[in-house]
Design a protein around this ligand. Structure first.
Ligand code: FUL
Length: 444
């Protein structure tokens, strides 16, 4: 009898374990809802026209003439972005806050007589404008005298603590995997384990980005393009950050049966470089180009981290703000009013039908999977019908948080969604149909 019970227990337990799929944590779910937010690369490079400062730049180099973080926030709001991540310290080691753990900071600059604090101004402005605030803190430091020694790991942990305590809460902490040489010619062995352990203690609700998470993964390119398919799952065993990370193709697509929930973030700059360079003013991406990136990032279930580097005044340049406002308008015009929308709650089936009120021209469908239960759908097809005849059939791979599908316009009166291959218990939570400006549709 006891034996029988034990067997039953083992069977049930293994069945549950077999079906157990990774799901997002509360902090990941909240972050994923943000969808689109800005990156601000700002520091000595802004003034020296470099992309990677050498670390030998004099602190006086940093001297914005009209720094206005309120203006950054107003632009971010006008763009419909939900937050801003700033390079608190880039590879050159210069700290945009008066850190006690470095002598290469704004406190040593002439800006505001050494009394300024960009992290203070930006975190306060974000609060004021209802935006979330996040931080990039480069572990690679070409200035710090301790870089290349075990004590530098203390410095890095102390800086994280200082930032979280003084400027938190943070909606994201961004770990760059770059690992070059420091001022003494040595490379640092980063104590990632300790960094992670500490960050979890001091900021348990802050999702952490790096090539391989733990919460958010790099998408494998700096072009703003997620893979198709795009799985929110990733296998990290045997991999490390930086040079030891999985192949970029794996980061781009994720792993269909990956052991961890680590969704992709698409980081891309609005300009060719990450920092502001005047000679790139004419090379700012157009609203239409940004819209294409939106389709290939958010529209594939990832998030979009768009870099908009402040200029030497300490303001977002007019070229960039114009493009951002245009980008917002295109999203509003496209997705403001669906032709048909169906929210579906917890019906577990593999066929869904949406009837349109009347026959309409459509060229875009948006699907949603309720990712709080995991990501299950591997392939699907959509039949667009008019008076019962199929007028178009579309095929797709993953869905995830959001999937935007565009195609040549057709007249239809109903939409049939068929889940053709999925893991157990696949669900759909939304189907919407739109007619967007045909010029915005690149491929059919
Ligand atoms: C890279 C850096 O080397 C670039 O300068 C930039 O900050 C980009 C977002 O990450 O690893």
């Amino acid at each position: 009898m006891v034996k029988k019970k034990l067997l039953l227990f083992i069977l049930v337990a293994s069945a549950i374990a077999g079906n157990a799929q990774p799901v997002p944590s509360a902090r990941q779910l909240k972050w994923q809802e943000m969808e689109f937010y800005l990156f601000a690369h700002f520091g000595p490079n802004t003034f020296t026209d470099l992309e990677w400062g050498k670390g030998t730049e004099h602190e006086e180099v940093f001297n914005p003439t009209q720094l206005d973080c309120g203006q950054w926030c107003r632009v971010a709001k006008a763009a419909g972005a939900k937050g801003i991540i700033i390079t608190a310290k880039h590879h050159d080691g210069f700290c945009l806050w008066p850190s006690k753990f470095s002598t290469h900071t704004i406190a040593q600059s002439k800006w505001k007589d050494g009394k300024g604090d960009v992290l203070r101004e930006l975190s306060d402005s974000c609060k004021k404008y209802g935006l979330k605030f996040g931080v990039y803190l480069s572990p690679w430091d070409r200035n710090h005298p301790k870089y290349g020694t075990p004590e530098y790991n203390d410095v890095y942990v102390n800086m994280m603590k200082e930032i979280v305590k003084n400027y938190g809460p943070l909606f994201e902490f961004w770990w760059d995997g770059a690992n070059g040489e420091g001022p003494n010619g040595k490379k640092q062995i980063y104590d990632w384990h300790r960094f992670e352990e500490n960050l979890r203690i001091i900021a348990p609700n802050t999702p952490v980005f790096s090539d391989i998470g733990p919460d958010i993964r790099w998408v494998g390119n700096e072009n703003g393009i997620a893979g198709d398919p795009d799985w929110n799952l990733l296998d990290t065993a045997g991999f490390s950050r930086g040079a030891g990370s999985p192949p970029t193709d794996t980061l781009n697509h994720g792993n269909v049966n990956g052991a961890n929930w680590i969704p992709a973030e698409c980081d891309v700059s609005i300009r060719p470089g990450w920092f502001y360079h005047k000679n790139e003013d004419e090379k700012v991406k157009s609203p239409e180009e940004l819209f294409q990136l939106y389709l290939k990032s958010v529209g594939r279930g990832a998030s979009l981290l768009l870099n908009v580097p402040p200029d030497r005044r300490g303001m977002i340049n007019e070229h960039d703000s114009l493009a951002l406002v245009g980008f917002k308008k295109l999203r509003e015009n496209s997705f403001g009013k669906p032709i048909a929308a169906k929210k579906i709650s917890s019906i577990n089936q593999n066929k869904y039908l949406v009837k349109l009120n009347k026959t309409a021209v459509i060229n875009c469908i948006v699907l949603e999977e309720p990712t709080q239960f995991g990501q299950k759908i591997k392939t699907f097809s959509i039949q667009l019908k008019n008076k019962n005849a199929i007028v178009k059939e579309l095929f797709g791979k993953t869905i995830g948080r959001k999937r935007i599908i565009t195609f040549l316009p057709v007249e239809a009166d109903s939409i049939n969604l068929i889940i053709t291959e999925a893991k157990p218990n696949a669900l759909i939570s939304g189907i919407e149909a739109y007619h967007i400006d045909q010029k915005l549709i690149e491929h059919q």
